[in-house]
Design a protein around this ligand. Structure first.
Ligand SMILES: [Zn+2]
Length: 98
């Protein structure tokens, strides 16, 4: 009890395209990584990591448009993996690899 749980995702990288949050030193790139709540907080979702997925603003819109289908986080032998389907219906376990 009270033991620190390691983070289950890198909050600086979009899970759906691999876009990385811009480094402040590089002023030319302004990518911003947002956090999507799998169950919206106003619908009773928690603010825990298990209810969140990091995404770029592009993919955040795509999720809300229903083009990307989200399931949830699962503990696998390779660690915590998020289960989802992309715009073409392809199933993914983990971040999209480009
Ligand atoms: Zn993205």
């Amino acid at each position: 009890m009270g033991s620190k749980v390691p983070p289950i995702f890198d909050k600086r990288i979009c899970y759906f395209c691999g876009l990385e949050k811009s480094n402040k030193a590089k002023k030319t790139c302004r990518s911003v990584i947002e956090i999507h709540h799998i169950i919206e907080v106003n619908e009773g979702g928690s603010n825990e990591e298990g209810n969140k997925v990091p995404c770029c603003s592009n993919h955040h819109s795509t999720i809300h448009e229903g083009l990307i289908k989200l399931d949830k986080w699962y503990m696998t032998t390779a660690g915590m993996k998020f289960h989802w389907w992309d715009e073409t219906g392809t199933e993914w376990w983990g971040p999209r690899k480009l």
